[in-house]
Write a protein that binds this ligand. Structure first.
Ligand SMILES: *Cc1c(COP(=O)(O)O)cnc(C)c1O
Length: 418
């Protein structure tokens, strides 16, 4: 969790007082700091590229804002995309197809055709997908995702690499599937794992790398030489105050050492989503209601799980502060709850806050990853605005939706219209 400065009791984000942003753009609003975004990219890229040829493939499902994509494009990042929609968004933001890797799961033939028509490399998830892809196009360069039998993540819902997972080619079938791919005429470029999301320790990544190295060498013995090893994403970030941070430099050094010592492979790919975008962004939401039930105290705000689903869905912790009473002594504990008509609609629980009042600007920290990109229209609430700040300047990068947008694709059969 980052520390922020304040001026006259108001938190400053990206050089702008959060109350000014809330007043100018309305709430709820996601606010992203461009300077921090560029820093995060350079940190993680540097941690690997100082040891060997390293490509960052930003896992854009964490945040697909076109402005964010454009910034990462200008930094030289690549992309890991999990859907045709993400591929198209990245092309729209200026990425060329050769910088995008498509890692789908349970992919339809239509989507495989669309992705390969655009010239994007497929990271094959199953033997079934391989056979179907062979019928769509001949001689394609591909990578394959294997299930390493190592998982890691902040919640059971996001651990993907364990044995029996729905993701990837089971380890026991990996060599067989690569040999089949060769027989089908594919150009075999790489091997990939993604163990999960939000892991906080280096060890699972190293265990997964052990598996990748063993497989790479086994494939070499079988006449298949790979160009890259892709360790996937999942680098966790500290969401709580004083929580230790995973050392990406240590991670980069250990993983590249293992490849350089254990294989002939010259290139590593890494697919961080959360690490790059999470702490670049806060969600500003306004307190509209304060309630003391005698049992519990509530701060009612204008953002619910339609805007940020992580607390309700994963029980995730997001730090919260009152932006216009920054650093002030806390008076009692409150749940911060939204406008969605479900009891599970909370952004934070049991938080000490300084005398919350209607009109206060509540700041939800570390909302950049899986925040806006998982937001929804539930309760017929239009998606909120997004703002980019850069050294004291704030710009709108996404407008809120008018209610008409929720009706635009619906049809009422004529017979129902009297
Ligand atoms: C989600 C995902 C990532 C990124 O995970 P983070 O935890 O955001 O770093 C990387 N690779 C693949 C294939 C993914 O599905």
């Amino acid at each position: 969790m980052r520390d922020y400065d304040s001026r006259d009791g108001v938190m400053i984000f990206g050089g702008v007082p959060v109350t000014e942003i809330a007043d100018e753009f309305g709430t709820p609003v996601y606010v992203t700091d461009e300077v921090r975004l560029r820093e995060n990219y350079r940190n993680v890229h540097g941690a690997f590229s100082k040891h060997m040829d390293a490509g960052i493939r930003y896992a854009c499902k964490a945040n697909t804002s076109l402005a964010v994509l454009k910034i990462l494009e200008s930094e030289g990042s690549g992309i890991d995309a999990v859907s045709i929609g993400e591929v198209l968004s990245c092309l729209k933001a200026g990425f060329t197809p050769d910088r995008i890797l498509y890692t789908g799961v349970n992919v339809s033939n239509e989507e495989l055709r669309a992705v390969t028509d655009l010239g994007v490399m497929v990271n094959v998830d199953s033997a079934s997908e391989l056979e179907r892809l062979a019928k769509i196009k001949k001689g394609l360069p591909i990578s394959m995702r294997i299930t390493p039998g190592v998982g890691s993540g902040h919640s059971g819902k996001v651990i993907t690499g364990s044995k029996g997972s729905k993701f990837g080619i089971p380890l026991k079938d990996a060599v067989k599937t690569y040999l089949r791919a060769k027989e089908l005429g594919f150009d075999l470029k790489g091997i990939h794992v993604h163990i999960g999301s939000g892991g906080q320790t280096v060890e699972p990544f190293m265990e997964a790398m052990d598996v990748l190295i063993e497989m790479t060498n086994l494939l070499k013995e079988n006449g298949i030489d790979l160009e890259f090893i892709d360790i996937g994403g999942g680098i966790g970030v500290p969401y709580r105050p004083n929580e230790p941070e995973m050392d990406v430099n240590e991670l980069g050094m250990n993983l590249t050492d293992m490849i350089l010592e254990g294989t002939d492979v010259k290139k590593i790919l890494v697919e961080p989503g959360r690490y790059i975008i999470c702490d670049t962004t806060v969600l500003l939401t306004r307190c509209v209601d304060v309630k003391d039930t005698g049992v519990k105290r509530y701060v009612g705000v204008d953002a619910g799980f339609n805007t940020l689903i992580r607390p309700a869905f994963y029980n995730s912790y997001h730090h919260a502060a009152i932006g216009n009473k920054f650093g002030r002594a806390c008076t009692a504990k409150y749940d911060i709850v939204g406008p969605i008509c479900e009891t599970g609609d909370h952004l934070a629980q049991d938080r000490a806050l300084p005398d919350p009042e209607e009109g206060d600007v509540v700041v939800i920290y570390d909302a950049g990853a899986y925040g806006f990109s998982m937001s929804s229209n539930y309760n017929s609430r239009p998606l909120c605005r997004e703002v980019l700040v850069n050294n004291g300047k704030a710009e709108l990068i996404r407008d809120s939706e008018p209610i008409e947008d929720l009706w635009r694709h619906q049809r009422i059969p004529a017979r129902l219209i009297g």
